[in-house]
Design a protein around this ligand. Sequence first.
Ligand code: BDR
Ligand code: CA
Length: 311
Amino acid sequence: PLPVILDGDPGLDDAVAWLLAFASPEVQVQGVTAVHGNVPLRRGVRNTGVVLALAGERAQGVPYFAGADRPLLREELTATQIHGETGLPAEGLPEPVRPPEAGHAVDFLIRTLRASPGQVTLVASGPLTNVALAFRLAPDLPQQVREVVWMGGSTGPGNRTPAAEFNALADPHAADIVFRSGAPLRMVGLNVTMQCIATPERLEQLRSLGNRAGAVSAQMLEFYAGVYRERYGLSGGALHDPLAVAAALRPELLTWRPMPVAVELNGGLNLGRTVCDLYGVTGQAPNAQVAVDVDAPAFFDLLLERLGTLP
Ligand code: BDR
Ligand code: CA
């Protein structure tokens, strides 16, 4: 199986994404690193322990770490209005599996990626602060990682501002460091994730799985659907982060195009925008494989099948 590290800010869609990873035999999770984002770091670390508990024996012995508690330069930005105050809006959740490991997430990233050069895929589903710090502390790291698969950015409009997607806006400087790093990079942005909607029918299928992972995921996505209905007029929440995990498992579920991507760092209306050169007008070399289309029904089938194998 493909060794992966999961880095994110759980957050309800991060939680579903990580359950998908633990349930998938194609990958072996080496560790999980939490970063500030949807909820303050302290809460995100606790939530990480809860997700590991939900994954049952699939997560046995998988270490988890606390990472950066704030963006590199800008002030902290959370998204509790989307994910609820706790980040995991569900009842009957287990306690965290065990406390996090001692030591910083960034040290874990550096040591794990260096231990297996070219082997480990990093699936990042939050602001890129941990990844950027690791790349700065260990400048060889972009050459050691097999690939960074990031849920973030957009080829088109944003969701936190008209121009910027949340993960990009929550630490644009970190995203800039990662996009300029030379690391092999796949961007799974809003332009594809907004096509993967957890409709009422899909939630019903999740519930009918009859296991705890399905029930908890359905409950959280139900809460999320309320927010999406109100904000975007959609019939359910978008499965952003689970699509990034699916992209690591099954890249063929998406259509990819190599292109230059730059992150807007100047303040103002476009702060955090991922400027994607779809038509090659800059003449620059591509620095990312950008997802431009997705087979949403096939993705949802995969999610359903895999979550069904958990406790
Ligand atoms: C991203 O922002 C967060 O709120 C979600 O967890 C996802 O990673 C979508 O813009
Ligand atoms: Ca996230």
